[in-house]
Design a protein around this ligand. Structure first.
Ligand SMILES: [Zn+2]
Length: 61
């Protein structure tokens, strides 16, 4: 199965090529907000499967 078939890590809807790996600018912004919000203060403490998935694609495309 192609990497392009993976869903948006934020809302699980099909991703849009323009916003890969997300489905929209909105989800892209949400992901950023999450990094600057929750995860920022305690790096390494929480392991969120969605964040791992989000990292997995980084640099591959
Ligand atoms: Zn989405």
């Amino acid at each position: 199965m192609s990497i392009k078939n993976r869903p948006c890590p934020i809302c699980k809807r099909p991703r849009q090529e323009d916003y890969t790996p997300f489905c929209s600018q909105r989800c892209k912004d949400r992901d950023l907000a999450r990094w600057f919000g929750d995860g920022y203060a305690v790096p390494g403490e929480r392991v969120d499967p969605e964040e791992i998935a989000a990292r997995d694609w980084d640099g591959q495309e």
